[in-house]
Design a protein. Structure first.
Length: 343
C-alpha cells in the first residue's frame, strides 16, 4: 500500500501500538478489546497454540503479499484444527472495474427474515442465548398515509401548537416508528410493511473516518471491510454509523463447529474474537468470486438485487435507471451504495 493510498483512506497512518501508547485519554473500557487480545490470546477451546505473530501482525492492508499469505496459511491451520474440518481463508482483493451496489424492493419484502438467518449461517455470526449477532435488521413499520386532514387537524396535541412527541402528523403518543423486534405469527401482516437494513457500504463512511487505528477501510470495490486482528474494540465506528450496521462481540462468539461455514475470507466471515466489531461485507467471500450474496439467494420474493454499478447491464444499474429509488439518510452525505426502490 502506497503513501498515496494511505492518504486516500483518510487521516495519517496511525499504528495500533502508537495509538495504544497515546491513548491515556481513552477510557479503560474502550481499550478492553485490545487488552483482552494481548493478555488472553485465545480461550481454552482452541486445540492449537495461537501464535503471537497473529496479534502483532501489521494491519492487513499494509502487509506485503508474502506476509498476507503467511497470515492466511496460519489462520487456515488454526481454524481447521479448532473446528475439526478443512477451513479455507481467502484473501482475494477487489476485482478491477467492479463497484458493488445493492438494491432492495421495499414493496416486495414480506418481512420473513430469511435473509437475516441466511446471513448468520453464511457469515459465521455468533448465535445462542448469550450473544446473538445478526448483521441484517428487518424493521416492521405501520402502513399509513399522511393526509391533509391529519396535517391540519391532528398534528398537534390540544391547543398548545407545539409538537411534544409521536409522529409529526399524528397526535402525540401514536407510535409509527419501526419495530426492530417483531414476532409475527405470519407475514406479511395486513397493516405492516418491512424495511431490511444492513451495512450500506457508504462511499463516505463515517465509521472509517472515526476509526483511530484504521482497522476499517473502504476497498476499491466499494466494500467497507474490517481487519479484526487490528480492531482495538473502542466501538467508535458503532457510534458513528447512522444505519446501526455494526455489531460488537462483547463476549467470545458462540459458533458451533458443526454449523461453521468453512469457506471464509480474511476480511469477511472468518471466525471473530471477543472485543471486535463486525458487519455486512456484501458476502466478500462470495462476491469476489462472482457469486450472489446469501441474502440475495435466499429471498423468496426476489426483493434483493446485487450488481456492479460500473456495468450498465447490471441489475442494480437497471433498477437505478427505471425505478423510484431512495437512499436512507441521504441528508448525511454518506452516499450509501444500498438503494431502496419501488416499482
Ligand atoms: S450481503 Fe451477505 S453479509 Fe451482507 S447482509 Fe447479505 S448475506 Fe449478510
Ligand atoms: S428474505 Fe426477502 S422478503 Fe424476507 S425479510 Fe429478507 S428481504 Fe424481506
Amino acid at each position: 500500500m502506497s503513501k498515496e493510498d494511505n492518504k486516500e483512506n483518510g487521516a495519517q497512518s496511525v499504528s495500533r501500538r502508537d495509538f495504544l501508547r497515546k491513548a491515556g485519554t481513552y477510557s479503560a473500557a474502550s481499550l478492553s478489546g485490545a487488552a483482552m487480545l494481548l493478555s488472553n490470546p485465545k480461550p481454552a477451546q482452541a486445540t492449537t497454540n495461537v501464535e503471537w505473530a497473529e496479534h502483532f501482525q501489521k494491519n492487513y492492508r499494509l502487509m506485503t503479499e508474502e506476509e498476507k499469505q503467511e497470515a492466511l496459511d496460519r489462520l487456515e491451520k488454526r481454524y481447521s484444527e479448532e473446528f475439526g474440518k478443512e477451513v479455507t481463508v481467502d484473501g482475494s482483493p477487489a476485482m478491477d472495474g467492479v463497484l458493488f451496489g445493492y438494491a432492495l424492493n421495499i414493496q416486495k419484502c414480506i418481512g420473513c427474515r430469511r435473509c437475516a438467518k441466511a446471513c448468520v449461517a453464511e457469515n459465521n455470526q455468533s448465535r445462542g442465548d448469550e450473544q446473538q449477532i445478526e448483521w441484517i435488521r428487518v424493521l416492521r413499520l405501520e402502513k399509513g398515509q399522511f393526509s391533509a386532514d391529519d396535517r391540519d387537524n391532528a398534528g398537534y396535541p390540544g391547543d398548545y401548537g407545539i409538537q411534544v412527541g409521536g409522529n409529526a402528523y399524528k397526535p402525540a403518543g401514536v407510535v409509527l416508528e419501526g419495530q426492530h423486534y417483531y414476532e409475527a405469527e405470519q407475514v406479511p401482516e395486513k397493516d405492516a410493511f418491512y424495511m431490511p437494513m444492513q451495512c450500506m457500504q457508504c462511499e463516505k463512511p463515517p465509521c472509517v473516518k472515526v476509526c483511530p487505528v484504521q482497522t476499517t477501510y473502504r476497498d476499491p470495490d466499494g466494500i467497507v471491510v474490517i481487519d479484526y486482528n487490528w480492531c482495538i474494540g473502542c466501538r467508535m465506528c458503532i457510534g458513528a454509523c447512522p444505519y446501526w450496521a455494526r455489531r460488537f462481540n462483547w463476549g467470545e462468539p458462540s459458533l458451533p463447529a458443526e454449523e461453521m461455514n468453512p469457506v471464509t475470507h480474511y476480511l469477511g466471515n472468518r471466525p471473530r474474537m471477543k472485543g471486535v466489531a463486525e458487519k455486512c461485507t456484501f458476502c466478500v467471500q462470495r462476491t469476489r468470486k462472482g457469486r450472489w450474496t446469501a441474502c440475495v439467494e435466499v429471498c423468496p420474493v426476489g426483493a434483493r438485487k446485487l450488481g456492479n454499478l460500473l456495468d450498465p447491464e447490471s441489475d442494480v444499474r437497471k433498477v437505478l435507471e427505471t425505478k423510484k429509488v431512495f437512499r436512507l439518510r441521504a441528508d448525511l452525505n454518506t452516499y450509501p451504495k444500498f438503494f431502496y426502490f419501488m416499482d
